[in-house]
Design a protein around this ligand. Structure first.
Ligand SMILES: Nc1nc2c(ncn2[C@@H]2O[C@H](COP(=O)(O)OP(=O)(O)OP(=O)(O)O)[C@@H](O)[C@H]2O)c(=O)[nH]1
Ligand SMILES: [Mg+2]
Length: 278
């Protein structure tokens, strides 16, 4: 078994087992000129996002199948978990710059940065890491608001990716793709768990029953055997969530300074949750 140990060695000594002869004895880095090291910056990858493209950052919960099990998420949809995801996305939009909208379902959220955004000179790594870290810390920060009686058992993780879309149509298609994914998974999960929970099939039998069925057949099983009209299921489950900015007009006191500040506040607006087609 290997463990991580905190050591208080000088960097050359600590790196000797890793880099071998790269660090020569006696070449204490404190004595080297600072500029000598600066060449290492050239190793940094240029990851500027192409101009005029929509920048989409998608985060996704790592191994949330297990996380959901361990935290007793209601199957197939847990309102608390979905609303927690929405709250995290709202925080990301409020804290970070120029995100025009976001779309979420299950354990994933997509954030759309405006195509003219020049945030961090459009560096992909900045977009991605800021979104992922803000989202993950929000998840833990807001957990108690949504799960007051269920302690969080371990720190959840999220992965992230950046994708560029050059046209408005590409962006629309991307969002439609994620929403279609939500629909397909949710229809399957709704029928599957209805067969298990109400139809008393084992998970294996339910899976067998659904193998090869198309959407119409799944809808029919729900309707004819369980009197469930899939179209009446909450939109939150069937379509996912969209966060957009809405302008909020706030009453303000007269006086020039206050007005300027109020204008800024109004421009920053507030985030509103709505469930709608992408
Ligand atoms: N019960 C329940 N589970 C959920 C809910 N939302 C998400 N999940 C779980 O989260 C999983 C998300 O799917 P994936 O992202 O494909 O799977 P994952 O386990 O996170 O795996 P990786 O993303 O590859 O690390 C689902 O399969 C569910 O198990 C929910 O509201 N209720
Ligand atoms: Mg996941």
């Amino acid at each position: 078994m290997r463990v991580v140990a905190l050591v208080r060695l000088s960097l050359p000594a600590a790196l000797a087992p890793v880099c071998g002869s790269v660090w020569r004895r006696g070449s204490g880095y404190a004595t080297m000129a600072k500029s000598k090291f600066e060449y290492v910056r050239d190793f940094e990858v240029q990851d500027t996002c192409l101009k005029n493209c929509w920048v989409v950052v998608r985060v996704d919960g790592r191994n949330f199948h297990r996380f959901a099990e361990q935290h007793k998420f209601i199957k197939p949809n847990d309102d608390r978990a979905l609303q927690l995801m929405n709250r995290c996305a709202q925080n990301v939009m409020e804290e970070l710059d120029t995100i025009c909208m976001s779309y979420g379902q299950s354990d994933e959220y997509s954030f759309v940065f405006h195509k003219n955004s020049n945030w961090y000179k459009r560096r992909a790594s900045k977009f991605m890491t800021h979104v992922v870290s803000q989202f993950a810390s929000s998840y833990v920060f807001y957990w108690k608001e949504f799960f007051p009686t269920q302690p969080i058992l371990y720190p959840p993780g999220f992965d992230g990716r950046v994708v560029l879309y050059p046209s408005d149509q590409n962006l629309k298609d991307y969002l439609s793709w994620r929403q279609t994914d939500c629909h397909i998974n949710n229809l399957y999960n709704t029928v599957f768990w209805t067969l298990v929970q109400k139809g008393e099939l084992t998970p294996a039998k339910a899976e067998e029953r659904l193998r090869g069925t198309v959407s119409a057949e799944k809808n029919e099983i729900l309707f004819s055997e369980f009197s469930i009209n899939y179209n009446n299921e909450p939109e939150l489950y069937r379509k996912g969530s969209v966060l957009i900015w809405v302008k909020v007009i706030r009453p303000h006191r007269s006086g020039k300074r206050t007005q300027v500040r109020q204008e800024r506040n109004t421009a920053s607006a507030e985030c509103a949750t709505s469930t709608t087609s992408a």
